[in-house]
Design a protein around this ligand. Structure first.
Ligand code: ADP
Ligand code: MG
Length: 714
C-alpha cells in the first residue's frame, strides 16, 4: 500500500468495537447510551460543561480559599492501619511549588494517583503540620492533553451509564474526534451560517464569534477553547437542528396551501359593518384586529388555519361569531364545536339571541336529542337548510355538510400537528379557527403549532371585575366560609371546586384529596345548611347537569359544589366567589381557567385555594405564583417551564422528534431566527432543489418525513 497510515482509518460508520482503544466490553456499555458507531459518538454532545477556576500558583495559595491547581504527582504513599482504615498521601508539584493531598479510606486511589501522572485538582487548602494540604480534592486527569495546556480547559460532561466513568467517556469520544472532524461534510452552506449569525446578532444575541463551520464546531462542542468558541459551536448545532425542523414545518405549510382548496370569501365593508352592528357593545381593538386577520385569511383560496388565544373572558367567542357570519354572508355553512354539551348549549343560546331577528338558521347537535330530532337535524345540515350548526366535537365529526365554509373549534387545549382535514366536503376544505384559553408559549406556537397562524387577544373587554386570589393557610377555613356567607348574603353566588367526584376507598395516599361528594355533604349540612347548595359533576346524567347549570344561572342556587366541569366557558356573572379544594391537584393554567369563571361581572371576584394537608415547599411556591400572577400568559410560561414541553401542550402526542441539543424554551430567539430563515428558503425554493440545500433536505426527510408528512417532496 502506498498510503502509509499506521492506524486503520475510522469512518463515521465504524462500529465502536472496531476502534482501537475501545474494545468489546466498552462497546457494550456505549451501546446502552445508543452509541453504536463512530458517527454516533462524534455527535454525542456533552450535556453540560465544567468551567474550572483559573489555576493558582501553589506559592500563592491561601488557607480556606478554594482553588484549582495543575501539576504532576511526585510522591505517593498509602498507609493502612486496618483493612478498612487507610490514609493515602500524595504530593502534587509544578514549577510554583508542591502541596500535599490526602484521601482517607480510599485505598483504590493509589492506583490512580501514580507517580508522574498529570492532573488538575480543586479543593480548599488547610494548614496541617508544616504547610498547606488539601484533603479529598476533586480530580481531573489530564493525561490525554499531553501536558500542553497551562490553563485548565472547559471540560465536557457527558451523559453516563453504569460502569462508565466521566474520564473514560471523555477519552473514548476523543478517539473519534481527531480522525473524523476534519473530513465531515458541511450541511449548512456558508451564506446560511453568515445569515444566521447576522440575524442572531440583530436579535441582540451576544455572539462574539460567527456560527462555526462543522469541522470546527464539532471539535469545539466537545473540547471548547473558551466560552466564546463553545457558544459559537453550540449555536451552530442548535440553529441547524431548529432550522431543519422549521424547514419541515414550512414545507408542510406550503404543501397544505398548495394542495387544499377553500372557498374564497368576499369580505366587503358592507358585510363587515352589518356583522359588527349586531354586537351590543364596542369591540376592543384586539377583537377588531383579530377580525381583520380572519377576514383576510378567509378571502384566500386555501384554508385559514388560525389559533385564536386569549384569557378566559377576553371575547374570543365574539370573534368566532364574526367569522361564522362572514361564512353565512357568503352562503356557506359554519360549524362551532365545543368540548362539552353544556358549553355547546350555551353557544347555541348566545347565537340564537344574537341572531333572533335575522334569517340565519341555527341547529344544535348534542347527546340529549331524541333519535328523530337528531335525524332531522342531520338531514337539514346535509341539505343546506341550516346555516350555523353547534355541537360537541364528537358529534360533529363525520357528519355530512352541504357546504361547510368555516369550522370553529372552541377551547381546544390539546392538539398537535396533523389534526385537520376531516371536514372536507365536495373537494373543498373549510377554513379553520381554533380557540384556546390556555395560552400557548411562543416556543410551542412555533413548533408543535408550527403551521398555524396565531392571534392573541390580550386586552380585556371593559367592565371586567378583578379577581383577588388567596392561598388558604392553616386555620383559615372557618374564616373563609364566613367570608363566603357574607358575599352570598349580598346576593352573590359561589363555586366550590374539588378535583374528584368521590373519595377513593382503595388508595391510602390519596385519602386527603377532596371530593365533591364529601364536600357537598359537609357544606350543605353544616356551614351552609341555611343556603341553597347544589352538586355538579361529570358523572351526572346530562339532563340533570343541564338543570343544575340552569338554576345556578337563574340564581336559584347559592353555592355550587363542582368538579372542573365548570372549567370551560360557563358564564354566570353573578358568581363572584370561588373556593378550590386540593388545589395541588391542578395545573397553573387550569387554576387560572377556573378563576376566570368569577371575573365575569363588575363585582370584584374572590378565589381562595386550599391544599389537601401539608404540601412541600415547591408546591407552595407554585401556588404562590398563582396567587400573585394574574396574567394567563405569564402563568402558562411558568407552567411550561415547570412541567416541560412534553406535558404542557402535547409535544409527545404531536409525534415531534425529541430535540438533541436545542431547548425550545431556552433557545427561543434562535428558534425565531430559524423560523424566518426557513420560511424565506421555502418561499424561494419550495422543494429545496438547489444544490446547496441537498444535505439539509436529507436531514429534514430523515427526521420529519413520517411525522409531518413532508415525504412527498422528493
Ligand atoms: P371567551 O370566549 O374569550 O371566554 P367570550 O367571547 O365568551 O369570551 O366573552 C365573554 C363575555 O364578554 C361575553 O358575555 C361577551 O358577550 C362579553 N364581551 C365580549 N366582547 C366584549 C366587548 N368588546 N365589550 C363588552 N363585552 C364583551
Ligand atoms: Mg369561550
Amino acid at each position: 500500500m502506498e498510503d502509509s497510515k499506521s492506524e486503520p482509518s475510522i469512518t463515521l460508520g465504524s462500529p465502536a468495537a472496531s476502534i482501537a482503544g475501545i474494545g468489546n466490553l466498552r462497546a457494550q456499555l456505549l451501546q446502552r447510551l445508543n452509541l453504536r458507531t463512530a458517527g454516533d459518538m462524534l455527535f454525542f454532545f456533552p450535556r453540560d460543561y465544567e468551567f474550572p477556576a483559573p489555576p493558582c500558583r501553589i506559592d500563592q495559595l491561601k488557607e480556606g480559599v478554594e482553588a484549582s491547581l495543575i501539576g504532576t504527582i511526585a510522591d505517593v504513599e498509602l498507609r493502612s492501619s486496618s483493612p478498612t482504615r487507610s490514609i493515602l498521601g500524595a504530593v502534587l508539584e509544578n514549577e510554583t511549588g508542591a502541596i500535599r493531598i490526602v484521601f482517607f479510606n480510599q485505598p483504590f486511589r493509589a492506583e490512580q494517583l501514580t507517580y508522574g501522572r498529570k492532573l488538575m485538582i480543586q479543593g480548599t487548602p488547610k494548614v496541617s503540620g508544616m504547610g498547606l494540604q488539601m484533603s479529598h480534592p476533586k480530580i481531573t486527569y489530564l493525561d490525554k492533553t499531553d501536558g500542553e495546556i497551562e490553563t485548565p480547559r472547559i471540560l465536557p460532561i457527558y451523559p453516563l451509564t453504569e460502569g462508565m466513568k466521566q474520564h473514560e467517556i471523555r477519552r473514548i469520544i476523543q478517539l473519534v474526534i481527531e480522525p473524523l472532524a476534519d473530513d465531515l461534510p458541511e450541511v449548512l452552506p456558508t451564506e446560511l451560517r453568515d445569515l444566521a449569525t447576522q440575524r442572531l446578532r440583530a436579535a441582540e444575541f451576544s455572539l462574539q464569534l460567527p456560527l462555526l463551520e462543522i469541522n470546527q464546531a464539532i471539535k469545539q462542542i466537545h473540547w471548547p477553547d473558551d466560552k466564546d468558541h463553545l457558544k459559537a459551536a453550540r449555536m451552530r448545532f442548535v440553529f441547524q437542528e431548529l432550522l431543519v425542523m422549521q424547514l419541515a414545518l414550512a414545507t408542510r405549510r406550503k404543501s397544505l396551501q398548495d394542495s387544499m382548496q377553500s372557498v374564497s370569501m368576499e369580505t366587503s365593508n358592507l358585510l363587515d359593518t352589518r356583522i359588527i352592528n349586531r354586537f351590543p357593545f364596542e369591540l376592543t381593538d384586539d377583537q377588531r384586529s383579530a377580525m381583520r386577520q380572519i377576514s383576510e385569511d378567509m378571502s384566500r383560496k386555501y384554508p385559514m388555519n388560525r389559533l385564536l388565544q386569549g384569557d378566559v373572558g377576553s371575547g374570543k367567542t365574539v370573534v368566532a361569531i364574526y367569522g361564522m357570519m362572514l361564512a353565512v354572508g357568503n352562503k356557506q355553512q359554519a360549524a362551532l364545536m365545543a368540548p362539552t354539551e353544556v358549553l355547546a348549549r350555551q353557544h347555541y343560546e348566545t347565537l340564537t339571541r344574537m341572531l333572533a331577528d335575522s334569517r340565519v338558521t341555527i341547529g344544535l347537535l348534542c347527546g340529549s336529542l331524541s333519535a328523530k330530532e337528531r335525524r332531522d337535524t342531520l338531514a337539514a345540515v346535509a341539505g343546506g337548510e341550516v346555516d350555523l350548526i353547534v355541537g360537541t366535537q364528537s358529534l360533529l365529526h363525520g357528519i355530512e355538510f352541504a357546504n361547510l365554509g368555516l369550522c370553529v373549534i372552541d377551547e381546544q387545549h390539546k392538539f398537535g400537528v396533523g389534526q385537520r382535514g376531516s371536514f372536507r366536503s365536495g373537494g373543498v376544505d373549510p377554513h379553520y379557527l381554533v380557540m384556546s384559553a390556555t395560552p400557548i408559549p411562543r416556543s410551542v406556537a412555533m413548533t408543535v403549532f408550527g403551521d398555524t397562524e396565531l392571534t392573541t387577544l390580550r386586552e380585556k373587554p371593559p367592565g371586567r371585575g378583578t379577581v383577588k386570589t388567596y392561598l388558604g393557610r392553616g386555620q383559615w377555613t372557618q374564616r373563609w366560609w364566613g367570608f363566603v356567607k357574607q358575599r352570598l348574603d349580598e346576593g352573590r353566588q359561589a363555586y366550590v371546586v374539588a378535583p374528584r367526584v368521590a373519595s377513593s376507598s382503595d388508595s391510602d395516599e390519596d385519602e386527603d384529596v377532596s371530593s365533591v361528594l364529601t364536600v357537598f355533604k359537609e357544606l350543605s349540612q353544616k356551614q351552609f345548611a341555611d343556603y341553597s347548595v347544589a352538586l355538579l359533576h361529570g358523572k351526572m346524567p346530562n339532563d340533570e347537569k343541564q338543570r343544575v347549570m340552569e338554576s345556578f344561572a337563574d340564581g336559584e342556587i347559592d353555592l355550587l359544589v363542582t368538579t372542573t366541569v365548570i372549567e370551560v366557558g360557563i358564564d354566570v356573572p353573578n358568581a363572584t366567589v370561588m373556593t378550590i379544594m386540593s388545589a395541588e391537584r391542578f395545573g397553573l393554567a387550569q387554576l387560572h381557567q377556573l378563576r376566570g369563571r368569577i371575573s365575569r361581572s363588575s363585582h370584584t371576584g374572590h378565589v381562595c385555594v386550599f391544599t389537601s394537608g401539608e404540601q412541600n415547599p415547591d408546591e407552595i411556591e407554585r401556588l404562590k405564583t398563582f396567587e400573585t400572577v394574574h396574567d394567563g400568559f405569564e402563568l402558562a410560561e411558568a407552567d411550561f417551564k415547570l412541567r416541560g414541553p412534553g406535558d404542557v401542550l402535547g409535544w409527545r402526542q404531536s409525534g415531534m422528534p425529541a430535540m438533541r441539543i436545542a431547548d425550545i424554551v431556552e433557545d427561543i430567539d434562535v428558534l425565531q431566527v430559524a423560523r424566518q430563515i426557513a420560511q424565506d428558503i421555502i418561499d424561494q425554493d419550495p422543494k429545496l432543489e438547489s444544490e446547496s440545500y441537498q444535505s439539509l433536505r436529507k436531514q429534514m426527510m430523515r427526521r420529519y418525513a413520517s411525522t409531518l408528512n413532508v415525504g412527498d417532496v422528493t
